[in-house]
Design a protein around this ligand. Structure first.
Ligand SMILES: [Cu+2]
Length: 117
């Protein structure tokens, strides 16, 4: 990355300027499209609390050996498909808020996604 940037700076001109703009925009883009991972393991969501910026995607993966789980958003009364070991579900959060969720077959599994501006 740094070597490429150096070459661009040397080549200069409008092409160099455009490349510099792209590089400057890239970190913001990466942030907006970020995916945060949550594991379902030992009858727990790990981590149980996740804070993200709006526009972030959360991906839940069942890493158990035999047990299946789901993701149930309590307020919205929405349940994902049942996830068998190795399967995952993802959701993008565009609206700020606190999303408490649990697992359909295991209501003792409790966790929360906190979405900020
Ligand atoms: Cu479960």
């Amino acid at each position: 990355m740094s070597r490429g940037a150096a070459r661009i700076a040397v080549s200069g001109g409008w092409r160099g300027a455009a490349a510099a703009l792209l590089l400057a925009a890239a970190p913001g883009l990466a942030l907006a499209q970020a995916t945060v991972e949550v594991k379902m393991e030992d009858y727990k969501f790990i981590p149980a609390e996740v804070k993200i910026k709006r526009g972030t995607t959360v991906k839940w993966t069942n890493t158990e050996r035999r047990t299946s789980h789901s993701v149930v958003f309590i307020v919205e009364k929405f349940e994902s498909d049942r996830l068998f070991p190795g399967e995952s579900y993802q959701r993008k959060f565009d609206k700020p808020g606190t999303y408490a969720y649990t697992c359909g077959p295991h209501p003792e599994m409790k966790a929360v996604i906190i979405v900020t501006e």
